[in-house]
Design a protein around this ligand. Sequence first.
Ligand code: F6R
Length: 242
Amino acid sequence: MKLIVTKNYEELSKIAAEEFAKVVIEKPTAVLGLATGGSPIGMYKELIAKCENKELDFSKCTSINLDEYIGLNPEHEQSYRNFMNTNLFNHINIDKTKTFVPNGLAKNLEEECKNYDNKIEELGGIDVQLLGIGNNGHIAFNEPGDELSAGTHIISLTESTIEANARFFDSIDEVPRKALTMGLGGIMKAKKIILIASGEGKAEAIKGLFSGKITTDNPATMLQMHRDVVVVVDEAAAKLIK
Ligand code: F6R
């Protein structure tokens, strides 16, 4: 695992965007695994700027997102589809018909999960997967627990995640309790992974990534088994790494 510690969030966003951009330049048809949340916003701004300066061309790329809340309409302000459109897709030259986010309104959610995994296979797997990390070590919405799932699945969000995500909603009661999430198998099959984390709240989870131990209590520890992971964290998030 390659570790890059940056002074602050701004530098983190720049470096993560550089790492991500390398893949798109090398492979213009790349399949991009994307994340939502607070962490990638700065990096997405950098990618938008690179696209505007013609340093990057997304016209032949496909994207596949990690997760989506169950029950939120794609137009809902806090749906992950809306997040992606607003923070990235509306500002770059990607073909929106080639951007995939799980459908949290699907009538048959089990089938939606199966179809999502088939879609990843059909696309030939993910070339670069961007990940944030929960305060509790979740990646995508693979929450800590007794067991982890390989495939895309329905997950009940933990109290810690509901509390963390309440900042995006008017009240905690509005945070959906369930989501569809790519599983650890889908993530681990990505050819390259870039994980970003900023702030002290992530320090404990990040420490686990460099512990040499794998535990379902911190799902991100699984990434230690992957061949090509770049972890870009600011000093606050890195502070407990030994
Ligand atoms: C989002 C996702 C989550 C977030 C994580 C960190 O698509 O999969 O795992 O990356 O909850 O969220 P932020 O960046 O808001 O701290």
